[in-house]
Design a binder for this molecule. Structure first.
Ligand code: S3P
Length: 446
């Protein structure tokens, strides 16, 4: 466990370009493996989670070559073996802490006629899986998992043993808005006889739908319903460029908004509309934030984002907005702690089942820095109120083993007075191994 110390960042003005988006990268790797040709993925992020997806695919018999480039990114060559070309794995498939790898690969393994055992790291082994295993069982997959009581209900956890088959199509209404669950069902839909539909309570990120279209699958969206037809083969486009990760970019957006006279230009970033909640909320807070160039011809929209320092004001974020900014909530809460007035984030229950309970991790850390944070929990509904406007001071903060809590608290430490020590920065490698190096460079230049 290595700690990381920061002090007040007086000023910075930089241009950056980030490794590919984690969500898009997982999908690109999985569909490349399921197609019958070779695909090259450019700007693939070499973070722990995305490397676990490649590792699991290798265990399933897929040949993968990684050419490492500077800045924790690489060009990855994947030799697809077709929809039913995976080999029976000789040992358990270890997905580390990658929830997206686990939930998405379950959808694919549900269509493979062999048995696989999936095991996970400590934190992921405590995250709920019934949301995925439930609908996949309805489609015909045989699944065993660890069943335990969570509150008054039975939940399921890894290790998970899955034996797939030719599946039955279903129409499934998601009980919680989750892109991972939607994606698992759509991927299983490739192996079902006929049309599989998923209905979402609120639209979530649509990277799976876009990637499936790029690989010529028969998939259509109408309102909140997505329908996929079973497929004989996926056709690879040959090359896929993964645009920069907007969730990683969000830490720099908030930092530039908070540090006096700061300005940042973030090039080649994914600006998929289903992920733009962070920009919308920061704009409502009064941030000077602009998308200055847009490339529309790609399967995922790409743009350059410019953010300049401005004084921020409090904001109200409603439940329906949460899926569009679920991973950016911790850093938006940091922005709220520095903003003038009160901010309220409603319907944030899903934050409690991430790598840690991020409601608790952010509350504890921001309070240590002098912010006023109140949490409301009633029935299944959670909200947080942050009263901003007070000068925050540096403190000893904790990552709780969670990458997004860790990066958010580094941003808070750079904007607060004095120095801040984070107990463990290693967990950041889960999504953004270059983050601390970039921050060190900002501090050296200032
Ligand atoms: C993801 C979906 C979200 C998000 C996660 C990545 C994805 O999770 O929090 O980091 O790639 O589909 P949920 O589907 O659980 O909301």
């Amino acid at each position: 466990m290595s700690s990381f110390s920061v002090r007040t960042l007086p000023y910075f003005r930089v241009h950056i370009r980030l490794p590919g988006d984690k969500s898009i990268a997982h999908r690109a790797a999985l569909l490349s493996a399921l197609s019958s040709r070779t695909t090259i993925l450019n700007n693939y992020p070499l973070n722990n989670d995305c490397l676990f997806t490649l590792r699991v695919l290798k265990q399933l018999g897929i040949k993968i070559v990684i050419k490492r480039l500077e800045g924790f990114r690489g060009d990855v060559r994947i030799a697809g073996r077709g929809l039913c070309g995976f080999r029976h794995p000789r040992s358990s498939l270890y997905v580390g802490e990658s929830g997206t790898t686990l939930r998405l690969i379950l959808g694919i393994l549900a269509g493979q006629e062999f048995k696989s055992r999936l095991i996970a790291g400590e934190s992921l082994s405590a995250r709920p899986m019934l949301r995925v295993t439930g609908p996949l069982r309805m489609m015909g997959a045989q699944i065993d998992s660890v069943r335990m009581k969570r509150g008054s209900k039975i939940e399921e956890y890894p290790p998970i043993v899955i034996k797939g088959c030719r599946l039955m199509p279903i129409t499934y209404t998601l009980p919680v808005a989750s892109a991972q669950v939607k994606s698992a069902i759509l991927l299983a839909g490739l192996f079902a006889e006929g049309k599989t539909s998923v209905i979402e309570p609120v639209k979530t990120r649509d990277h799976t739908e876009r990637m499936l279209k790029l690989f010529h699958a028969d998939i259509k969206s109408a309102g909140n319903k997505v329908t996929i037809n079973s497929e004989r083969a996926l056709v690879s486009p040959g090359k896929v460029y993964i645009p920069g990760d907007i969730s990683s970019a969000s830490f720099f957006m908030v930092l530039a908004a908070l540090v006096p006279s700061a300005e940042i230009t973030i090039e080649n970033t994914s600006i998929n509309p289903s992920r733009l909640g962070v920009l919308k909320v920061l704009k409502r807070m009064g941030a000077d934030i602009r998308i200055v160039t847009r490339t529309k011809q790609s399967f995922e929209p790409i743009g350059t984002i410019v953010v300049r320092n401005r004084c921020l004001k409090g904001v109200r974020v409603r439940k329906e907005e949460i899926p569009s900014l679920i991973d950016e909530l911790p850093v938006l809460m940091v922005a709220a702690a520095f903003a003038q007035g009160q901010s309220v984030f409603e319907g944030i229950e899903e934050l409690t089942v991430k790598e840690t309970d991020r409601v608790i991790s952010i509350q504890e850390n921001l309070e240590k820095m002098g912010a006023r944070v109140e949490v409301f929990r009633k029935g299944g509904f959670s909200a947080i109120r942050i009263s901003g406007g007070k000068e925050l001071h540096g403190a000893s903060v904790r990552s709780f083993g969670d990458h997004r809590t860790a990066m958010s608290m580094i941003v808070a430490g750079l904007a607060a007075g004095g120095s801040t020590v984070l107990d463990d920065a290693d967990c950041i490698n889960k999504s953004f191994p270059g983050f601390t190096r970039m921050i060190r460079r900002f501090l050296l230049k200032s």
